[in-house]
Design a protein around this ligand. Structure first.
Ligand code: FES
Length: 179
């Protein structure tokens, strides 16, 4: 079965959406022209646009849900799937392509067992592709959150991911011990 385009926010965390919409209710009047800023506000807080939030915006604005979905899907900035703590953006521009960005992307996909746009099951990583970062002299380039890594090869890229995983493991061990 095909995966749904829109993901629901987890039921156990649904109060987060309720408190977000209490804030949104104070910041916005619920006018149709506020639709894009409202979608941006939701994504900024939740990381993506879950189905419940899109329906809540439909109720607030009085716009049909189909119109909200249509508008949100029109803009590339909006996401409909949860994202990992680390977003790995792989450059697919010409300079990076010539320097093997396809192989780099395949290696990362295989290693993390996800495709671009998907999140790893541990919630740590999401892979995305980008047309060009404007750092072509560093090709092939990838960006993890706000950090740029250039002149990468496959083993360097995997080492970066392992380092992040190790850092996350040790920080969760410390926080467990601190409890
Ligand atoms: S082509 Fe990759 S940074 Fe420009």
């Amino acid at each position: 079965m095909e995966e749904a385009i829109y993901k629901k926010f987890p039921e156990e965390k649904v109060e987060e959406i309720e408190s977000l919409f209490t804030e949104i209710g104070k910041e916005f009047k619920g006018k149709a022209e506020e639709l894009i800023p409202m979608l941006q506000r939701v994504q900024k807080r939740l990381g993506y646009l879950p189905e419940q939030a899109l329906l809540a915006i439909a109720r607030m604005t009085g716009l049909p849900a189909a119109k909200i979905y249509g508008t949100a899907t029109f803009y590339a900035q909006f996401r409909f799937q949860p994202v990992g703590k680390y977003i790995i953006r792989v450059c697919r521009g010409t300079a990076c392509h010539v320097k093997g960005s396809d192989r780099l992307l395949n290696t990362i996909e295989e290693y993390l067992q996800v495709s671009p746009g998907q999140m790893t099951s541990d919630g740590l990583f999401t892979i995305e592709t980008v047309a060009c970062f404007g750092s072509c002299a560093l090709a092939p380039v990838l960006v993890i959150n706000d950090s740029v890594y250039g002149s990468l090869n496959r083993s360097k890229a995997l080492k970066l991911l392992d380092e992040i995983r190790e850092r996350e493991r040790s920080s969760s061990r410390h926080s467990t011990q601190g409890n």
